[in-house]
Write a protein that binds this ligand. Structure first.
Ligand SMILES: Cc1cc2nc3c(=O)[nH]c(=O)nc-3n(C[C@H](O)[C@H](O)[C@H](O)COP(=O)(O)O)c2cc1C
Length: 167
């Protein structure tokens, strides 16, 4: 039977399987139509080395979706251990996310948060709708790294935050 004829897996099974995956945590920001906007996103991935491309998947039900996916430029902050408050702030809805968070602006207008592990500025490369998310692709035009090269990333797995343990 062609796989395309098979039905979707049950939603709870799908979510349980994904919860066994571990990822880093990012905050993606852009200059929105009503001021700075952003979301917490763990769907970040590297996409291409030449040119240097990354991607992040933005939920269509996110209030920031149109601003992020339509922006000429956006920022990606790779969070460090200890930045769970920042992650929770940018995962919240209906609050002024930038109100109590230190930030500055890149020359492109992208709002920039304190560097965790690294901070990237991207020029919009493409945005492709896929299911209930949009795959937002960016060409990296600027990279800033934290001073402590040995610092740890913030991780997310099994619906909770954790830390990286080298084997
Ligand atoms: C650890 C973590 C990872 C998340 N990853 C994503 C993601 O990759 N894509 C996404 O659209 N939402 C993700 N979310 C949810 C968004 O952060 C959240 O829906 C968004 O901030 C809602 O705010 P808004 O409606 O103001 O845009 C994640 C949340 C958490 C806590």
């Amino acid at each position: 039977m062609p796989a395309s004829d098979l039905p979707d897996v049950a939603g709870d099974q799908f979510r349980d399987a994904l919860s066994r995956w571990a990822s880093g945590v990012t905050v993606v920001t852009a200059a929105g139509s009503d001021g700075p906007t952003g979301i917490t996103a763990s769907s970040f991935a590297s996409l291409s080395l030449e040119p240097p491309l990354i991607l992040v998947c933005v939920g269509s039900d996110s209030g920031a979706h149109d601003d992020l996916c339509g922006a000429d430029a956006f920022g990606v902050h790779l969070l460090a251990r200890g930045q769970t408050d920042l992650s929770n702030t940018f995962a919240s809805q209906g609050i002024d996310k930038f109100g109590e968070v230190e930030h500055e602006f890149h020359t492109t207008g992208v709002p920039l948060l304190p560097i965790g592990r690294a901070r990237l500025v991207c020029a919009r490369h493409d945005a492709v709708a896929a299911g209930d998310h949009t795959i937002l692709m960016g060409r990296v035009v600027s990279v800033e790294l934290s001073d402590d090269g040995d610092g740890e990333p913030l991780l997310f797995s099994a619906r909770t935050y954790g830390r990286f343990q080298p084997e």
